[in-house]
Every structure is written in structure tokens, then in C-alpha cells.
Write a protein that binds this ligand. Structure first.
Ligand SMILES: CC(C)(COP(=O)(O)OP(=O)(O)OC[C@H]1O[C@@H](n2cnc3c(N)ncnc32)[C@H](O)[C@@H]1O)[C@@H](O)C(=O)NCCC(=O)NCCS
Ligand SMILES: Nc1ncnc2c1ncn2[C@@H]1O[C@H](COP(=O)(O)OP(=O)(O)OP(=O)(O)O)[C@@H](O)[C@H]1O
Length: 205
């Protein structure tokens, strides 16, 4: 049975970078943002419920109108809760199926900015928080998405505070543009893979 590692952290903290490093090290990672988008575009129940909540225009030419949904929900906590309530249960089912197919792997990951808020804490065995100071996160997200500060701040307000995230995490990876990132990821992997041996002995083959 694979050990399931949750990777969380606020927008711009560097979860995707950490997930990419894990991927390079042979650890499959379920990227919730990507999978949530795929599921939202293909699941008929989600489509029907989102149309009923937001309006038919939330899908355009069969595809989710992301800027429209983002404008509808971010900045309105009640709306965010309703949208999450439509999408997240399906993501949870999908993650379970995905992880089930990879049960022979020693480690698998699940990345989500809102892993705890969406009720995924119990789906993972170990929770890692990727931390970066707020000002750095905002600058990174603005640069990456070409977004305004206001848009980034609205998303941050829809996410749990770093303090609460940290209190639920087992490990913290600091990604503050100063602390070297790769040694932390390597140490995490080696800690979680104590009984796994990837390297073959040259003598015994
Ligand atoms: C609102 C949507 C359409 C906006 O799409 P867009 O391409 O602009 O953003 P993207 O999905 O790449 O998300 C970027 C970042 O926004 C933040 N974010 C996304 N969804 C949420 C949310 N429901 N609550 C808080 N923060 C969120 C995360 O930090 C995320 O990494 C999209 O984020 C979405 O469908 N969200 C609902 C599904 C969801 O909760 N996804 C998050 C993981 S399950
Ligand atoms: N250590 C780093 N050095 C240089 N750039 C970095 C570093 N960490 C992150 N970045 C850059 O900052 C931006 C945000 O990082 P990333 O996409 O990994 O954040 P995230 O936590 O996945 O955010 P989101 O919640 O929006 O998905 C990206 O453009 C990424 O390349």
C-alpha cells in the first residue's frame, strides 16, 4: 500500500515546484487543480449543478468559463463554499480511484492549496506544508498568472491561514527564495522511503 503524501500551502507557495521535484524522483502526484478542471469539464452532475447555481453561461462551447466562475466565487465565502461542495466530492472519489491504481508504489502525492479545507486531510497519511512568506507568494502568483494584487488577495482570503495549515501539517518545506529547496525535498523522500531500496547492488545481480 502506497504512503499517501499530501502537499498543501497557499497560492504561490511553490507546491507545483515541489510536486514537479517529487515527480522527477519517480513519485506520482495527483494535482487537484488539474484534475478538478478535467472533472468539472466532463462530469454531467457537476455541470448541471454549476449551471443551476451560477447560470448557463458558466460553460461556454462545452468548456468551463474559468474567469466567470472565479469572479463569481472569490470574494464571496458562501458562494465559494457552494461551488466547492459541488466539485470536491467528485475530486475525492477520483483521487481514491487514482491512488487505488497505484497501490504498488511506495509513495504517491496529492497536491492541493485547499487540501485541509476540502476535507482531504484524512485521505493522506502524511501532510507536508510548503511555506513562503505572504509578500513573496503574492508577487509569485501575480507574475505567474499576470493577475492583479486584488485578484490574488481574493484567492488568499478563500484559503485557510498558514498558521492553521501549519498546525495540521507533519512537515514544513520552506520555499522562501533563500532556503535551498531540493535538499528539503530529498530529505522528505528519504525519511518516508526508509524501507525502499531503489539502488541495485552491483554484486547481487
Ligand atoms: C475557479 C476556477 C475555475 C479558476 O480557475 P483558474 O484557472 O483561474 O485558477 P486555477 O484553477 O489554476 O487555481 C489557481 C489557484 O487558485 C486557488 N484556488 C483554486 N480553487 C480554489 C478554491 N476553491 N478555494 C480557494 N482557492 C482556490 C489555488 O491556490 C489554486 O492553485 C478554478 O480554480 C476552479 O475550478 N476552482 C474550483 C475547484 C477547486 O477547488 N480547485 C482547487 C483544488 S480541488
Ligand atoms: N524556489 C523558487 N524559485 C524560483 N521560482 C519559484 C520558486 N518557487 C516557486 N517559484 C515560482 O513561483 C510561482 C508559483 O509557484 P507554484 O506554481 O509552484 O505555486 P503553487 O503553490 O503551486 O501555487 P497555486 O496554489 O496557485 O497552484 C511559479 O511561477 C514558480 O515557478
Amino acid at each position: 500500500m502506497a504512503i499517501k503524501v499530501g502537499i498543501t500551502g497557499g497560492i504561490g507557495s511553490g507546491k507545483s515546484v515541489v510536486s514537479r521535484l517529487l515527480g522527477i524522483m519517480g513519485i506520482p502526484v495527483y494535482i487537484s487543480d488539474i484534475e478538478a478542471k478535467r472533472i468539472t469539464n466532463t462530469d454531467e452532475v457537476i455541470r448541471r449543478e454549476l449551471c443551476a447555481l451560477v447560470g448557463e453561461e458558466v460553460f461556454q462551447n462545452g468548456e468551463l468559463n474559468r474567469p466567470l466562475l472565479a469572479a463569481y466565487m472569490f470574494g464571496y465565502p458562501e458562494r465559494t463554499k457552494e461551488v466547492n461542495g459541488i466539485i470536491h466530492p467528485q475530486v475525492k472519489n477520483d483521487f481514491r480511484q487514482w491512488a487505488g491504481q497505484l497501490s504498488s508504489k511506495p509513495l504517491v502525492g496529492m497536491e492541493s492549496a485547499i487540501l485541509i479545507e476540502s476535507g482531504f486531510r484524512d485521505e493522506v497519511d502524511v501532510l507536508v506544508m510548503v511555506y513562503a512568506p505572504l509578500d513573496i507568494r503574492v508577487e509569485r502568483a501575480m507574475r505567474r498568472d499576470g493577475s492583479s494584487r486584488d485578484l490574488v488577495m481574493k484567492r488568499i482570503e478563500a484559503q485557510m491561514s498558514d498558521e492553521v495549515k501549519r498546525s495540521q501539517a507533519d512537515f514544513v518545506i520552506v520555499n522562501d527564495d533563500e532556503t535551498p529547496l531540493i535538499p528539503q525535498v530529498l530529505e522528505l523522500i528519504s525519511l518516508l522511503s526508509k524501507n525502499n531500496h531503489y539502488l541495485c547492488s552491483a554484486k547481487n545481480n
